[in-house]
Design a protein around this ligand. Structure first.
Ligand code: SAM
Length: 251
């Protein structure tokens, strides 16, 4: 038996870790780190290490790291490239488990935010379970960036009898302004909100939520869009990387 725990660690604040996540971390013999090379990698690994040290002060675990496969940023065929990258990631994860987890042990992957949102590790584990590489796996939910955004702006994501849409910067690029009621946008590297700045939409924006670098801006998009873009550019220069999420809302 080789078991895996996919543990949501929350989207930035060490105290976002749930009691269930801490208990799951205490049952693991091996922690696997699979991080993309590039700016921000060291900070994200350091946060995970701090969480492990706090949750499992007794030690006795092993840490195993491997570079995450990389994805072409502007491929000719986006879906084909994502499929290729996901399969390479499955093979990397499978290889780590085969080589570094003994029969009878439990391994853990600490997933940023919640494992169920914009993270391919659950799919990878379904495939590895079907192939017999792992015997079983469990998923422990974490506080997602959407929840952190809503909490920090003191905002319910839904209003009475309205839908909430969760989307990405890439998908937002094809949405008409009149289709937006409450749209939460992740993975937007291109300030996609700028396209709506001449509408009456409001924005609730947050970067590095839960961390000491956290920035919050909210208001009418027509007033805030350029200021947010300036802050994004400033922070990318200062830190070398940026994570942001926002809600676009019809007033
Ligand atoms: C690959 S997705 C993973 C989402 C994650 N599983 C979650 O539950 O939030 C990464 C995106 O989540 C958002 N994100 C994650 N953590 C964030 C944070 N602390 N502050 C702002 N945005 C964050 C950003 O939009 C980022 O591009």
């Amino acid at each position: 038996m080789k078991k895996i725990s996919l543990i949501g660690i929350g989207a930035g604040h060490p105290e976002y870790l749930t009691l269930q996540a801490i208990e799951a971390m205490r049952r693991a013999q091996v922690f696997f780190f699979l991080d993309k090379d590039g700016p921000g990698k060291d900070e994200l690994i350091a946060l995970r290490r701090t969480l492990i040290e706090r949750a499992v002060p007794a030690g006795g675990y092993r840490l195993v790291a491997a570079p995450s496969p990389t994805r072409a940023r502007h491929p000719a065929d986006y879906h084909q490239e994502v499929d290729r990258w996901r399969q390479e990631r499955v093979r990397t994860i499978g290889d780590l488990i085969t080589r570094h987890l003994a029969v009878g042990e439990t391994g853990a992957f600490l997933i940023w935010g919640d494992p169920c949102l914009y993270d391919g590790t659950i799919d990878a584990l379904h495939q590895l379970a079907a192939e017999g590489v792992v015997s079983d796996f469990d998923v422990f939910p974490g506080i997602s960036s959407l929840q952190a955004l809503a909490a920090r702006h003191r905002l319910p994501l839904n209003r009475v009898a309205e839908n909430v849409t969760l989307t990405t910067g890439r998908r937002l690029a094809t949405v008409a302004p009149e289709e937006v009621t409450n749209s939460v946008v992740v993975l937007d590297g291109l300030s996609g909100f700028q396209r709506f700045k001449h509408t009456d939409l409001e924005i609730y924006w947050g970067a590095y939520l839960g961390t000491p670098d956290e920035i919050l801006i909210s208001g009418k998009l027509s007033d805030c869009a350029d200021r947010i873009t300036q802050v994004i550019e400033r922070e990318r220069t200062r830190k070398g990387w940026l994570m942001d999420v926002y809600l676009l809302r019809k007033p």
